[in-house]
Design a protein. Structure first.
Length: 319
């Protein structure tokens, strides 16, 4: 039951993080159009407000997820956390507040007509700093911890954050997360456009963003599967029936999403159509998260057994 709760909480946490970091990236383009396009201006304001709310929600859900992880995998995650310098976590708290302040500043500027060049650049730079700050620090930090918890050879060392950014598996996972953020944000934009009154232009913008992201995700998924440890790959591809089933379900749902997103990208969208598509995207996110959690849980079990009895590596315990 705790494992199911963790998968659900992490899914909601990721969705909130994705919207809070990728929505403002879209705003960087929208703000250039805002002076001559009221639809872009309104969407910019809505995305910035959403980012501020979702960032707060992500922080709360992240705290709950940490408590659940501490109950399930206390030793591995604590050892992984100690690989990074302690100041990295203090910086993380400061960076979180900094990004939220940037989004609130940009929202305040965007709430008024941008009649001056100074007002425009204030809002644009605040949006740029807030979004890039989140992208650099938070998905990267949690991807690193998730990878390090399965690498006992690295425990007890101190490795620089920037050094880990050259690791193939970490980079592959990070790219996959960024594309997932594009997919969810684009689909949300299309749904939001139909919910606000059915304007097909922003729905098409969101659809194009989402369809590009999902196609690139298939490519990055192949990269990720090839970059992940052999033990995790074996479990996903049939070594464990539950992990393999969840992985297959996520791929099946992703294939159903593509034609729906293509229709939205071409300007064919209805409110119910976008609602179902958004639900499917969240379902893909949940099944992928649950599959990742399942493989990690199994490998940590093997890992713990190996450490306790000092035996040779068991299947699935290889890096």
């Amino acid at each position: 039951m705790t494992s199911i709760c963790l998968s659900l909480i992490v899914t909601l946490h990721l969705a909130a993080v994705y919207l809070s970091m990728m929505g403002p990236v879209v705003c960087l383009w929208l703000q250039w159009r805002a002076g001559r396009d009221e639809v872009a201006s309104q969407l910019d304001r809505d995305l910035l407000r959403l980012a501020s709310v979702m960032l707060t929600v992500a922080a709360l859900l992240g705290g709950i997820a940490i408590v659940l992880i501490a109950r399930l995998f206390p030793d591995a995650y604590l050892a992984a956390a100690r690989v990074l310098p302690e100041r990295r976590y203090w910086y993380g708290a400061i960076e979180l507040v900094f990004s939220l302040a940037c989004f609130l500043l940009a929202s305040t500027v965007g709430a008024h007509e941008r009649g001056s060049r100074g007002r425009f650049w204030t809002g644009w730079v605040a949006t740029l700093l807030g979004s890039t700050n989140l992208i650099y620090h938070f998905p990267t930090l949690f991807v690193i911890l998730g990878v390090l918890c399965l690498r006992p050879d690295d425990w007890g060392q101190q490795i620089k954050f920037t050094t880990l950014l050259t690791d193939g598996e970490i980079v592959a996972r990070l790219v996959h997360h960024l594309l997932a953020a594009m997919l969810l944000t684009g689909t949300w934009i299309a749904w939001h456009a139909m919910w606000r009154g059915g304007d097909l232009r922003p729905a098409a913008w969101g659809g194009r963003m989402a369809v590009a992201a999902v196609i690139l995700q298939f490519v990055s998924g192949l990269w990720l599967v090839s970059a992940m440890p052999a033990g995790s790959r074996e479990l996903l591809l049939g070594g464990d029936s539950l992990a393999a089933g969840l992985f297959a379900l996520s791929l099946l749902a992703a294939f159903f999403i593509v034609p729906r997103l293509a229709a939205m990208a071409l300007g064919h969208a209805e409110r119910r159509h976008t609602q179902v598509t958004l639900g499917l995207v969240l379902a893909v996110l949940f099944t992928m998260t649950a599959a990742r959690h399942r493989t990690r849980e199994i490998r940590l079990g093997y890992q713990k057994a190996n450490i306790e009895d000092g035996s040779a590596d068991k299947p699935g315990s290889l890096r």
